[in-house]
Design a protein around this ligand. Structure first.
Ligand SMILES: *Cc1c(COP(=O)(O)O)cnc(C)c1O
Length: 400
């Protein structure tokens, strides 16, 4: 990948084409500028880079492997490979940007990390990073998600974080973001908001993408080493879009690779039953940035739903919004039912229990494999499913 793309995207004002930017109050604007300036100088320093490299290797266990799914490929056709982010420490890709954000916070002299969480994966990853660096940590989480993702709530508390329940609105991810932003604004000098995906005002979509690029860089090299070629298809689920940007970023200039982002189609395509922002949204502003947004006539975000707590966000990363318009990536959607089927399919065929979020990518990969039996598919398996097992079995039961 040439560095030109990354130099140009986002531009200096934080825009990816017409998307992104920062639509925020002036006080916050100043803080974002400080974070941006700090990021530009600190992230290029030799000290920062070598500390991050050492953390990835010795603490996170990187590189994570790429694995060929023999039984699944035989059954469905195609050649299906998984980039095993489920084996990253804490069980998902999110620690990649959390360790980076927390390291940046340390260099900036911050004392406390604040963030929202949906499925709890971001909260656990950030609480882990905070413990590693000896920083305080406050995680905002919707009450609905707290009930659904109980093991992750306990993990955060064990790691020493404070979990703040969010009780307004739908009590899920969007409200948790609102709540965390409000808390951050009360003390922006000593705290830093560590956003959980490639969303929010500039510079966050850029910072989070940059910290996730390691996934794509590793996977491209590993795939080539295993097969002697590049994958025909790269597939990742899209909530905010960080795991997808991480893997896509290494293949953006390879015309032979088709990039597929997979959104949650939930229960149906009726408003409130899904969270397929790129499929059904229109350009709009949420949480300080412009993107494809599920919204009403007044620009208010629609209620959203997915069986996967980490995917139910009405907006999506600005870079995905641009890639969609440029036809650089395709975006599809997978229903709850297809996701649950894929969850069991991967568990039983390969011995890997995926996160419900990642099972969306697996479900789409299985369709793609069936339709294109000659082609190879590299899936970013963004996380492991331990957090989801009680919910799944209680709600859907075990298959035969
Ligand atoms: C949070 C999460 C996601 C969704 O976030 P993105 O920013 O879209 O990657 C996907 N998979 C897992 C396992 C998650 O925890």
């Amino acid at each position: 990948m040439s560095t030109n793309y990354f130099k140009a995207n986002p531009d200096l004002k934080g825009f990816f084409g017409e998307y992104g930017g920062s639509f925020i109050p002036e006080v916050l604007e100043e803080e974002m500028k400080k974070i941006n300036d700090a990021y530009y100088s600190i992230s290029k320093s030799h000290e920062f880079i070598s500390e991050l490299r050492s953390i990835r290797k010795h603490f996170q266990g990187r590189p994570t492997p790429v694995y060929f799914c023999n039984r699944l490929s035989n059954k469905y056709g195609g050649r299906i490979y998984l980039k095993r982010e489920d084996l990253n420490h804490t069980g998902a890709h999110k620690l990649n940007h959390c360790m980076g954000e927390a390291l940046l916070a340390k260099y900036m002299g911050k004392k406390k990390l604040i963030a929202e969480t949906g499925a709890g994966q971001h909260g656990v990853a950030l609480a882990t990073a905070a413990a590693y660096f000896g920083l305080e940590c406050e995680i905002h989480m919707g009450e609905v998600d707290i009930a659904k993702e109980h093991p992750n709530v306990v993990r955060m508390k064990i790691l020493g974080a404070t979990v703040v329940p969010v009780t307004h609105g739908l009590k899920t991810l969007k409200e948790a973001v609102d709540s965390a932003f409000t808390a951050y604004l009360q003390d922006p000098i000593n705290t830093i908001y560590c956003i959980g995906s490639v969303v929010g005002p500039h510079p966050f979509p850029m910072i989070v993408r940059d910290f996730q690029r390691v996934v794509g860089i590793e996977a491209r090299e590993q795939f080539q080493e295993m097969t002697g070629e590049l994958p025909d298809n790269v597939v990742a689920c899209v909530g905010g879009g960080s795991n997808a940007m991480g893997i896509f970023s290494a293949f953006l200039e390879d015309d032979e690779c088709t990039l597929h982002g997979v959104e949650p189609a939930g229960r149906s395509f009726k408003k409130g039953d899904h969270a397929a922002s790129l499929t059904f949204g229109k350009p709009g502003v949420i949480h300080g940035f412009k993107c494809y947004l599920l919204q009403d006539e007044n620009g208010e975000p629609d209620p959203v739903y997915s069986v996967a707590s980490g995917l139910d966000y009405p907006g999506v990363g600005p870079e995905h919004s641009m890639l969609k318009d440029l036809n650089k990536a395709e975006y599809h959607s997978i229903t709850d039912k297809e996701c649950i089927d894929a969850f069991y399919e991967l568990s039983r065929a390969e011995g890997i229990i995926p996160a419900l979020e990642s099972a969306h990518a697996v479900a789409y990969a299985l369709k793609l494999a069936k339709a294109n039996p000659q082609k190879s598919i590299l899936v970013n398996l963004s996380g492991r499913g331990d957090k989801d097992i009680d919910f799944i079995v209680d709600t859907f039961g075990l298959p035969e």
